[in-house]
Write a protein that binds this ligand. Sequence first.
Ligand code: BYC
Length: 316
Amino acid sequence: MDTVHLEKDFQEKIDQEIKIEPKDFMPDAYRKTLVRQISQHAHSEIVGMLPESNWIGRAPSLRRKLGLLAKVQDEAGHGLYLYSACETLGVDRESLIEQLHEGKAKYSSIFNYPTLTWADIGAIGWLVDGAAIMNQVPLCRCSYGPYSRAMIRICKEESFHQRQGFEILLTLSRGSEEQKEMLQDSVNRWWWPSLMMFGPHDKDSPHTAKSMKWKIKRFSNDELRQKFVDVIAEQIKILGITLPDPDLSWNEERGHYDFGPINWDEFWDVVGGNGPCNKQRMHDRVTAHERGAWVRDAAIAHAEKRATRKAISKAS
Ligand code: BYC
């Protein structure tokens, strides 16, 4: 079959909600988009472990420490599912990681902000994982099979993370004046960066139209951001604090909350490598990778030894 027919069949399959699997025909641009998005997503999960792990040694109780440890381990698992899904598209993990370490690959802007207080761990769970879920639940229906299946498992775990985060904040909201201030300060700092996680406005988003046609994305950046604002503007009432946006108000006509302008200069600065923690994050990732070299070498040596033993016992 020629390329024109193959591409027509491919789009028809997508329109009929039939998943595309690794060995199926796919246009190069579709493959490229998936590698870009899934690898950025995987990098985000792995870099996302850093701001939270900063508080493992300082968690206020054993229960909190266990919860946080488990959450950070979950993020590592998410990274591994996603790198594996990406490898089904014909790229190898080592080269993806190399691109990240050389500063050539993007990861979510949100992880370039510092975690200054314990409340930040709650705010990350509630707002950052909350934004992640809003964005990622539709990805469970992504047209590419391995990505959609990875996302089902990831979303289940992310939902638990979000509840854990909210519970941390709820406890602080019922605490001392100092704890309430810490809570408000943390939400003030994480709110706008959380809105930026959804990406640029639709009019400035070069990839959205194609990704929606291919059913990689099911909603645009602005649609998801609005859904997130609508949910959080209600949930925050339970915490007895406010969002740092004087323009936030319910719009009866639209049936949505209106909200103020996002600082896109700050967003592009952070994406471009100049956020408060970009350099530290990359330094920490590269160091962790180098320190883990012996584990990878040992695993390869062990696999080789097993393969040799198997070959010898087969031959004898
Ligand atoms: N940060 O055309 P657009 C997590 C880039 S992990 C940095 O709208 P697209 C979690 C974008 O890549 C959170 N860069 O792109 C982990 C593109 O640049 P390139 C990560 C961003 O792909 C641990 C350019 O801007 N989630 O949840 O259609 C603990 C134009 O954008 C950002 C995912 O990765 C950003 N925020 O839409 C807790 C989900 N936004 O590639 C939580 C999967 C945009 O042309 N990814 N850019 O150089 C997606 O859903 C989509 O890729 C995005 C962007 C909505 C993020």
